[in-house]
Each structure stands twice: as structure tokens, then as C-alpha cells.
Design a binder for this molecule. Structure first.
Ligand SMILES: [Zn+2]
Length: 68
């Protein structure tokens, strides 16, 4: 399935955000300042970029990690 950027109409392989159902490429998302918007709660702009999970802060051991 080909995705087309909602802002510039160019095909985008890795959309950075979705506005409703419309994908927006990473460059346009940055230019239009959509990334901060996507972090707001209740926003229709959803970020598709992977969310960084701070694993070292968690008390769980990594999978296959041996307890010292
Ligand atoms: Zn675009």
C-alpha cells in the first residue's frame, strides 16, 4: 500500500505522523511543527515514530538477563 503525504502529496515510505487517517512524511511533519502537537493529549495528530522506552529505569530485568 502506498502512502502519500497529506501536506505535499509525495509518496512517503515512513510517515512520521498521522493527522486523522492521513499520513505526513517526516520532513513535512517537522516543517509544519506537527511533532510537538502529536505529544499533546487529545490531539488528532498521532506520532508514528517509535517512543523511546527507558529500560534501565525499570525494575524488570531484560529478557534473558541473569540476576547478579
Ligand atoms: Zn510531505
Amino acid at each position: 500500500m502506498k502512502l502519500y503525504c497529506a501536506l505535499c502529496g509525495r509518496a512517503t515510505r515512513n510517515p512520521a505522523v498521522l493527522i486523522g487517517q492521513e499520513p505526513v512524511g517526516p520532513k513535512c511533519a517537522r516543517k509544519a511543527n506537527l511533532l510537538p502537537l502529536s505529544r499533546r493529549s487529545g490531539s488528532r495528530v498521532r506520532s508514528l515514530l517509535p517512543v523511546k522506552i527507558e529500560r534501565r529505569d525499570s525494575r524488570n530485568l531484560d529478557l534473558f538477563e541473569v540476576e547478579p
